[in-house]
Ligand binder design. Structure first.
Ligand code: GDP
Length: 460
């Protein structure tokens, strides 16, 4: 994601500051200037950036800080807090409840990614146990219904629309009624998008909104417009009660930071971001975990959200227990690779884990990383036996030994034997073990992680 560039620049600035022997006015100014430059490049509004700089300087008064104070930590915390303030709309968004019908109406300009996002939103909630349904009230764009129908069919989500009816209000009302009768608890209405903000579009939106009485109006916008997102969001808010925003195409535009902060300035919460064209390239957006991830500090709540999605409920406590023990074995690595491959786009998952992203998956090399993980796994597993997944004998031995001792036992002859056993070059086995050692180090940092009670991930 392009935001990684912004995050990288800010983390580098903080790192350089941390590396300085003494933190004085100059070091602090250099650091803040670097951060300012990165934010402006991401199209964050100048006033917001200037205010941020002033606030940090006020908080971090180097002269007043006694010698014992950890200046680096105070500065880092201040940067973190200020970035959160820039992105915080100060208002929570409506969350649909399972089992109770909610109507969510999508609005936005044509090409913003609205129709794609409708399905992503439905699919995301379906995976969380909701019963979503899609209604195509976009009668303006030829092919809109076909697009929604195709996406909905792929995701196995019920849909409603018409090739012949030209009144969007009528379709919206009929669709909502039908799905309420069918006990769907998340009825999503896709409305027409136009090329620009036209009066007719707003009037149509207003009518659909009045007749379907949505619990939430979701405004979808393309991140490439950067800080111009402020005016666009305001214009939509004046016509319909926009309750939340989804910013799309965060994978391809350097202005993502600008768009996010501009939306926050309109006091509308951004609840999801789109990070690609595929159905699962869609992430929940929460300010603190997002900033934490931006600064390379990981995003535990996002990671836990993913774990909840793919790890069966009864296995979650065991995995969390292993995490909190900080004891990383090759067997855990194997299991985690399996999970990671199940979790969806690999970049998304790794970027939530501190330490995993930069080295195992360098930016822009997601495909290669995925291949690498698969190669490690091929080395570790091998055959299917009566439908049961079993580990290769050599690897199994290796796992058993590593489970009970430390990786130092991996002497040369053992590595040669493993390579021969799984038919891979020695270099590949060495490579895998190196990765293991590195991840074990990262994993050990998780020691002492607070384990939430079963089903309660919010504690993290
Ligand atoms: P609509 O006119 O607003 O309904 O827009 P569409 O849903 O048809 O999307 C327009 C284009 O943007 C399509 O090619 C989508 O695949 C693409 N798109 C939507 N969301 C994203 C995203 O998050 N990232 C990327 N890269 N492309 C997206």
């Amino acid at each position: 994601m392009v935001l990684a560039q912004l995050g990288g620049s800010i983390s580098r600035a903080l790192q350089q500051m941390s590396n300085a022997t003494i933190i004085d006015e100059k070091v602090l100014n250099d650091c803040l200037n670097e951060i300012t430059r990165a934010l402006l490049q991401s199209d964050v509004q100048f006033k917001l950036v200037r205010d941020m700089q002033t606030n940090i300087k006020k908080i971090v008064n180097l002269d007043d800080l006694a010698a014992g104070h950890n200046k680096r930590k105070i500065i880092q915390q201040a940067v973190f807090n200020e970035l959160c303030t820039i992105l915080d709309p100060g208002k929570p968004a409506f969350t649909p409840k399972k089992g109770k019908p909610s109507v969510v109406m999508f609005v936005g300009l044509q090409g913003s990614g609205k129709t794609t996002t409708c399905t992503k939103y439905a699919y995301y909630h379906q995976k969380k146990g909701y019963k979503p349904a899609l209604v195509c009230a976009d009668t303006f764009r030829a092919g809109a219904f076909d697009q929604l129908k195709q996406n909905a069919t792929k995701a196995k989500i019920p849909f409603y629309g018409s090739y012949t009816e030209s009144d969007p209000v009528r379709i919206a009302v009929e669709g909502v009624e039908r799905f309420k009768k069918e006990n769907c608890d998340l009825i999503i209405v896709d409305t027409s998008g136009r090329h620009k903000q036209e009066a007719a579009l707003f009037e149509e939106m207003r009518q659909v909104s009045e007749s379907t009485k949505p619990d939430l109006v979701l405004f979808v916008m393309d991140s490439s417009i950067g800080q111009a997102a402020f005016d666009q969001a305001q214009a939509f808010k004046q016509s319909v009660p926009v309750g939340a925003v989804i910013v799309t195409k965060m994978d391809g535009h350097a202005k993502g930071g600008g768009a996010l902060s501009a939306v926050a300035a309109t006091k509308s919460p951004v609840i999801f971001i789109g990070t690609g064209e595929h159905m699962d390239e869609f992430e929940i957006f929460d300010v603190k975990p997002f900033v934490s991830r931006l600064l390379g500090m990981g995003d535990w709540s996002g990671f836990m959200d993913k774990i909840q999605e793919v790890v069966p409920m009864d296995q979650q406590p065991e995995l969390l227990q292993k995490l909190s023990e900080g004891n990383f074995t090759l067997r855990i690595m194997y299991e985690q690779f399996q999970n990671i491959l199940k979790m969806g786009p690999i970049g998304q998952v790794f970027s939530m884990l501190p330490g995993f992203s930069q080295e195992l998956m360098p930016k822009g090399q997601e495909k290669e990383s995925q291949t690498k993980i698969k190669r490690y796994m091929t080395m570790m597993d091998s055959m299917t036996n009566e439908g049961k997944f079993i580990l290769h004998k050599h690897i199994q031995n290796l796992l058993t030994e590593l489970d009970s001792s430390n990786p130092k036992i991996m002497n040369e002859s053992r590595i040669i034997r493993i390579a021969r056993g799984c038919g891979r070059p020695i270099r590949d086995v060495m490579d895998m073990l190196e990765e293991y050692k590195r991840l074990a180090k990262v994993w050990s940092k998780m020691k002492g992680l607070k384990i939430p009670k079963k089903g309660d991930m919010s504690a993290l």
